[in-house]
Write a protein that binds this ligand. Structure first.
Ligand code: IPE
Ligand code: IPE
Ligand code: MG
Length: 255
């Protein structure tokens, strides 16, 4: 129960994930091309990162490009790829200066060699930073994440290092993306839709969900604060009763 207790005693989430949705509509409303909205979305990313750093949130995970987003028109996909590369080149120094560790999650195999190289260098440069871990999900899908974890374990079984019955939740968790980071506490989605869109399926098992009509380019510290205030006011029960939770929250954490 110690994990439950630790989660309960933190009014501030340790790990926040955001589905940054609504860039396209934001641009369309102003009669601009959708890619303009993605560009403006980068300013909101900067704000969210510095807000998390200021508050002392340990991990921020941003959904930048889903495994399904390849279905979009070619020019939007290539615009997004160019933007990703540009932002990576422009922002890494600042992230490093601010002690932020950058970690890209997702299936990177279809990306260009140039992009892959930049990702590798950015991750290496910032690997030892401790103020905040910024996970950027690129070509990420929650189902893909579970599949790649299953493949790692299947390989161990094939190699004779493990039997199938030894596999448990903890072992599978250990193979998922971000297994080295705090459990996901809060998942935010902007843009008004109430769905997960194949984001962190495994990791969201007990996350609190918060949805806002605000379109991503308009997301600011005030909206973020609203999400955090709602989070702090929720009673997380993890399967227990409310009475058990209130008692646990009062008890000092042991060992
Ligand atoms: C989210 O904004 C960003 C990405 C999916 C890359 P959208 O582009 O989905 O914006 P809407 O939902 O069409 O407004
Ligand atoms: C989810 O948004 C993916 C990202 C924010 C990167 P989408 O706009 O792709 O989600 P759907 O298609 O509306 O569910
Ligand atoms: Mg969308």
């Amino acid at each position: 129960m110690t994990e439950v207790q630790t989660a309960l005693q933190n009014a501030l989430p340790q790990h926040v994930a955001i589905i940054m949705d609504g860039n396209g509509r934001w641009a369309e409303r102003q009669g601009r091309p959708r890619v303009w909205g993605h560009k403006k979305g980068v300013d909101a990313v900067r704000r969210a990162v510095s807000f998390c750093r200021k508050l002392g949130i340990q991990s921020l995970t941003l959904f930048a490009f889903s495994s399904e987003n390849w279905r979009r028109p070619e020019d939007e996909v290539s615009g997004l790829m160019q933007l990703f590369l540009l932002v990576l080149q422009q922002e890494v120094k600042t992230l490093h200066k601010n002690n932020v560790r950058l970690n890209i999650i997702g299936d990177l195999s279809p990306f260009s060699d140039k992009l892959k190289q930049h990702i590798k260098e950015a991750q290496q440069l910032t690997a030892q930073n401790t103020a905040l871990t910024l996970n950027v999900a690129a070509n990420y899908g929650g189902r893909w994440d579970i599949v790649q974890a299953a493949q790692q374990l299947a390989q161990k079984v094939a190699d004779g290092a493990l039997t199938a019955t030894q596999i448990d939740e903890q072992m599978l968790s250990g193979c998922m993306q971000m297994h080295d980071q705090p459990e996901l506490d809060l998942m935010i989605r902007t843009g008004g839709d109430v769905r997960i869109s194949n984001f962190l399926l495994w990791q969201a098992a007990y996350a609190e969900l918060w949805f806002t009509e605000t379109l991503w380019p308009d997301f600011d510290d005030q909206v973020f604060s609203e999400a955090l205030a709602t989070y702090a006011s929720r009673e997380r029960r993890f399967g227990c009763t409310g009475a058990q939770i209130r008692e646990l929250a009062m008890r000092p954490i042991q060992g």
